[in-house]
Design a protein around this ligand. Structure first.
Ligand code: HEM
Length: 179
């Protein structure tokens, strides 16, 4: 997982939960880099799991809740950092349909070692999208938060349902309905 994701996560914890919480989770998490993350580095995704486990103990929220919270925040940050990828995108559904063949393709050009999920998004009626998420990293709750962040960015209200297609959560189906 790219260092950028870690630095964004740590900055969010510092701002929203305080520097002391951030210091403690970094200190107590058993991470490969001993708590040192740089934007240009690459770290195992289990390091993110280790940080989330510590944060869960600090602030008494579940890991799925924390991943959704982070996902929302991360989309907001992506919309600033990668503004050029969003210039002619008109709404949430439009953006979600561009992840696989455009947005994550550009990400891969920028960071050839990026580990990205497979996203298959298509409309199933005029106001409803089916989005399939597949990844060995099993970060569907992060995807959920990113989708929520995307809807917030476009000022849209979406109902989002999530269903595991495989028990280990490596394949998850989202039904996203504009209300
Ligand atoms: C401007 C929009 C977006 C940008 C620039 C972007 C970029 C990125 C980047 C840089 C990573 C990290 C890759 C790594 O650590 O190796 C990532 C991972 C990821 N992206 Fe996106 N992304 C965007 C939108 C979305 C949206 C809307 C979703 C929702 C479905 C999504 C789903 C994910 C997930 C779940 C991961 C974690 C890796 C995994 O699950 O395998 N992304 N993306």
């Amino acid at each position: 997982m790219k260092g950028l994701v870690f630095t964004e996560f740590i900055e969010m914890v510092e701002t929203d939960f305080g520097f002391e919480v951030a210091d403690r989770i970094i200190e107590n998490a058993d991470t490969s880099s001993k708590g040192v993350f740089t934007g240009v580095g690459t770290y195992p995704s289990r390091d993110m799991a280790a940080l989330l486990t510590q944060l869960q103990m600090e602030i008494n929220q579940s890991i799925p809740e924390l991943l959704r919270y982070f996902g929302k925040h991360l989309f907001h940050r992506f919309s600033k950092l990668y503004e050029h990828l969003l210039t002619d995108v008109k709404d949430t559904f439009d953006l979600l349909q561009r992840i696989e063949n455009f947005i994550h393709v550009e990400v891969k050009k920028l960071y050839p070692d990026a580990r990205l999920p497979a996203i298959d998004a298509h409309m199933i009626s005029h106001d409803t999208m089916e989005l399939m998420y597949r990844s060995r990293r099993k970060l569907a709750h992060l995807a959920h938060g990113l989708i929520q962040g995307c809807a917030a960015y476009f000022g849209e209200v979406m109902e989002i349902e999530m269903e595991n297609m495989l028990e280990d959560a490596s394949h998850v189906r989202f039904i996203i309905r504009k209300v």
